[in-house]
Write a protein that binds this ligand. Structure first.
Ligand SMILES: NC(=O)c1ccc[n+]([C@@H]2O[C@H](COP(=O)([O-])OP(=O)(O)OC[C@H]3O[C@@H](n4cnc5c(N)ncnc54)[C@H](OP(=O)(O)O)[C@@H]3O)[C@@H](O)[C@H]2O)c1
Length: 338
């Protein structure tokens, strides 16, 4: 490891050692407006040089397009990368605001084969259930996922947007390496239930949207005004209108801490998420998303920033003041099931 490479952490008690910051690849094909594919490819390579080894995708991102886009990179670096993908969620092409969730055995079996084909791999390193279909017992879903491990199609299992109770039920069927849920200065719901359960069970936490989908970097202030038509963030209540204006004002203490460190707002947001590991006593491996090599340099630089107790106290009140939900339709999250 050199001074500029990120330290490592273990993905759960039995999981692989990975760079303590991963890379979210969703935006390279989906959700956040036009993409420059050459810059995205350069971002993947730069991330690897900096010690980022966990790469996050899902079958839902661009209806398979994101997995196809990543396949050559994974092929070229198979021994160095940990490939994480997900099943359970699909978005009907004729209605991009809708979500269809499936957790049943025939669906999972089809989904894993399709992901393996698109990724052009023999085995997926970390396979997540992306969303929970409450009509299927979680034990049944994880039972099928465990069969995939036994059959050699998948190495480790993960769950996204589950409750502490659901994690416990799942872990009783098969070891779970990681829970992936939204965790940032703006989104801290998971600290009540799933984080304590993960700590107790030896499961790693993989925070998604640790930069608040970019809002915490100050790179946009109002999704309707600053982002292109079709950008997913224009559907998210906290990023538009009066909510966005109120939430932008909440960045003042982040700015104060950033100035003290000679750092960017985004780096402070990431350092805060990273320090959840010490605060809550479990491995935390955030997966900030970016399509720009310079930003991956900036973001990995955050792993070297340590916030003081006073700084953490200054940042502590932010989350409870955030105006607006994480999603327009919260029924597709773990909210309300805890
Ligand atoms: N499990 C789930 O349900 C779920 C949900 C959402 C996301 N995810 C995963 O989590 C990953 C990360 O989440 P996310 O992409 O939603 O949100 P995020 O990481 O919080 O933010 C990504 C946004 O921030 C911008 N950004 C990144 N670094 C920046 C920097 N240094 N300065 C300014 N702007 C910067 C990116 O723009 P550029 O790309 O243009 O740099 C992008 O628009 C995704 O890629 C995906 O793999 C999972």
């Amino acid at each position: 490891m050199t001074d500029s490479t990120v330290p490592t952490a273990r993905l759960g008690d039995d999981g692989p050692e990975v760079g303590v910051q991963g890379l979210g690849c969703m935006g390279m094909s989906f959700a956040y407006g036009p993409t420059d594919t050459d810059a995205s490819r350069a971002t993947l390579e730069r991330a690897l040089e900096l010690g980022v080894t966990l790469y996050d995708t899902a079958d839902a991102y661009g209806a398979g397009e994101n997995e196809r886009f990543l396949a050559p990179f994974f092929k070229a670096h198979r021994e160095e990368v940990v490939v994480a993908t997900k099943f359970a969620l699909s978005i009907p092409p004729d209605d991009p605001t809708r979500r269809i969730i499936r957790n049943d055995a025939p669906y999972i079996r089809e989904a894993v084969e399709a992901s393996l084909r698109r990724l052009d791999l023999d085995v997926i390193d970390l396979y997540y259930m992306h969303r929970r279909d409450v009509n299927v017992p979680i034990e049944e879903t994880v039972g099928v996922m465990a069969d995939l491990v036994r059959e050699g199609k998948v190495k480790h299992l993960g769950l996204s947007e589950v409750t502490g109770g659901e994690l416990r039920a799942a872990q009783a069927v098969h070891p779970i390496a990681a829970v992936q849920s939204e965790w940032s200065l703006f989104s801290r719901d998971i600290e009540a239930g799933v984080v304590p359960a993960a700590r107790e069970l030896g499961v790693a936490l993989v925070p998604y949207s640790p930069l608040g989908r970019g809002f915490l970097t100050g790179s946009f202030a109002d999704a309707d005004q600053d982002l292109t038509q079709g950008d997913f963030r224009r559907q998210q209540p906290r990023f538009t209108g009066d909510n966005a204006a109120a939430n932008a004002a909440l960045l003042a203490p982040v700015r104060t801490v950033a100035e003290a460190h000679g750092a960017t707002l985004g780096q402070i947001a990431l350092a805060w998420v990273q320090q959840r590991a010490r605060v809550h006593g479990l491995p935390v491996i955030p997966i900030p998303g970016t399509r720009k090599p310079t930003r991956v340099e900036e973001n990995t630089g955050a792993t070297r920033i340590v916030l003081t107790e006073d700084e953490l106290s200054l940042l502590e009140p932010i989350a409870e003041k955030v105006a607006g939900d994480r999603y327009a339709d919260m029924t597709f999250t773990s909210a309300g099931r805890e």
